[in-house]
Design a protein. Sequence first.
Length: 738
Amino acid sequence: MAKVTPITIGNIGGNPTSAANNINTNSTRFQSAIENTLSRDGSGPNQMEADFDLNHNDLLNGGIISADSVEIGGVDIFDRVEEIATEIATEVAEEAAAEFLEHAVIERGNVPSPLASDMGKTLRVTANGFYGWKGQQKDSVNVLHILGQSNAQGARNGGPNPASPLVKCWDKVTNTWGSSDYTQLPWTQSNPNGNSGNNNVGLAFAHRWAEETGRPTYVIFYFVGGTSIDHWVADGNPNGNGDYMAAWQAATTAAYASSELAGKLTLTPANHAIIWAQGEEDFTMDFTTYLTKFTTVNSTIRTFLGIPHLRIFVDGMSGLHDRYAPDKALQHYCGYVNADTKYVNSKGLQTEFDATGAGDYTHWLGPELYEFGYNRVWSAWNNAEVSAKLTPNLFWARGTGQATHDSGQMIFAGHALVSWNSRNRASAAVNTLSASTDSIAWGEQCNSDGNWTYTFGYTNVTDNLSNYTMLVGREITSGANGDYGFSAGYQNNLNHAYSAVFGRNNTTLADNSFIAGSFGEFISAATDSVVFQFGVGTSSAARKTALAAKASGAVRTGAVYTNATLPSAANAGAYFEVIDSDLNGPVISTGTEWVSSSRFTWTTIAASGQTTIDLTTIPPTATEVCVMVVGLSGSSTQTFGLQIGDAAGLAVSNYTQSTSGLDRWAISGGVAANSYTMKITIVRGPGTDYFMEMSGTNPSGSLAAAGHCPLAANLTRVRLLLSAAGTFDAGTVYIGWR
């Protein structure tokens, strides 16, 4: 078809505007057509955008041809040249070996043990039974294994990494060798069989290795993004239990049995390498745990391949992850544990976050993957005998790597911190914090022996079983039960949970305590211990408390009196505090007597429709119960009564009024059509004896009653009930306790 179809221009004079437009359109079309042709002098654009078809014509007078591949008669000429080169090399090697054996043979039965200098040499046998050590030849192939998670896989595309006919990559799906072009199989498969066509650090190293040595290089990989090292360690951890290690070993066995490698592979450190890029997923794992697991991984790999001095290259992590324990463990292993494992520095390589200030801060960009493998791993390979010992950094800046003097925030790499003067206990030459986690001991002979505890000052100590506690001051201790507490001051003892102690020479006596002041007088535990105390004493011999409260709610002040013992005229002008007031009027304490500071706790119950009126939630510490009845009436002419009981149930005998042995206290006469208003008070006397007093009114006049009933235990319930079948049909009952 025509490449240009011009517009025919007819009547220029009759319609000059249309003619001008058509001429311009034709010029544009001619220009486009010229741009779509090849240029003899090389003026651009001069590149083909589609296949060039010579239509069976010759290409004459050609110079150098540069191409990815050349096929002649359906045969890739590059592959054929490689095969021919291998055949020639084999023939030359065999001739050299024969010549060697003619000059260096040893009789049968007299084969010497190899010396260190003979490592890698081969014992050759002639037809007449002579033996000889053949000098080491250049290995015929390289083998690279790429293992780990997403940075071993390569999570970003783009950047250089041109394919090489010398590099083949094992396809675990087809069990064949595929391309080293990361846009082709096997790379375009999803992991663990590929990386969806992204760039790859190991592939870049393989290309450099093949390029520098001229040897065929075979790549075997197994990686899965976002996975733990547990998948590489068969240690019983259900998170992985070594399934990836087993899968890699199976793939390696299959690849080594292929025709490309079977019988052609020498297992030596000179032609084998491992790239390991893993640890980001294990950022919460502690140093020792990761180091132990990685040590197992190294040993397993070397044992499986049968290469004790196999070189393993560990890729450094991004700025987000170099603060975490796995990266420190990898550096430590490379620097101090195994000289054949090399840590490859990642400083300066960029993630998306490094390049833009936002986004992915874990995975290297495509060009960085190429730089990492092609230059940095290759440099590490060529310095295989150099093992830099790395000292793990103690402090890291947030998101920027190692902390410097101007870092705004610093992250401590350890789990406990001890100042120099607290490095030993006061009475024993052992390190403090030996049994604690995430604790700080700072000052003179302080010891945070519990987990998550903090001691600051002079000779402050937390017990090994005291956790989540802070002590600030001097000579303060927390006992084994002193969890979740705080103390500040001098010579305090924090021995109970959820408590705080301030001031001097104070001691907790129960959980949930707050103690302040100095030299409080309550220092011994009791059945009803003090939980609040403000001391005003001056020494251990002159203890005094201004205000205190017990667990039961009872309170005591230091200098108040009862109505009967008010001070004499000699104390005129003094002020005294009323500490409790209720329906019975003011109550004042003597200073040695404890008085309940609580008011009544009330429950309101509507009587209508009820056959009985019960309250069963009175605490056993209550010493007084009050029942208020307003407008109470029944459905028929009946009497109603009152029963009390303890945790075992209601008492149904031993009630005494005018007679003894009753099953209840009788409170009133008939209640039908009557409206009663009454107050019933029940007070605990000696032991568990209870006394009842009632006063009230109805339309007929005043009411009064009294009674007594012993219980087996403290009162916890009361009941209003009718003398026969029926219901209360009106009124409200208020039941209170204190």
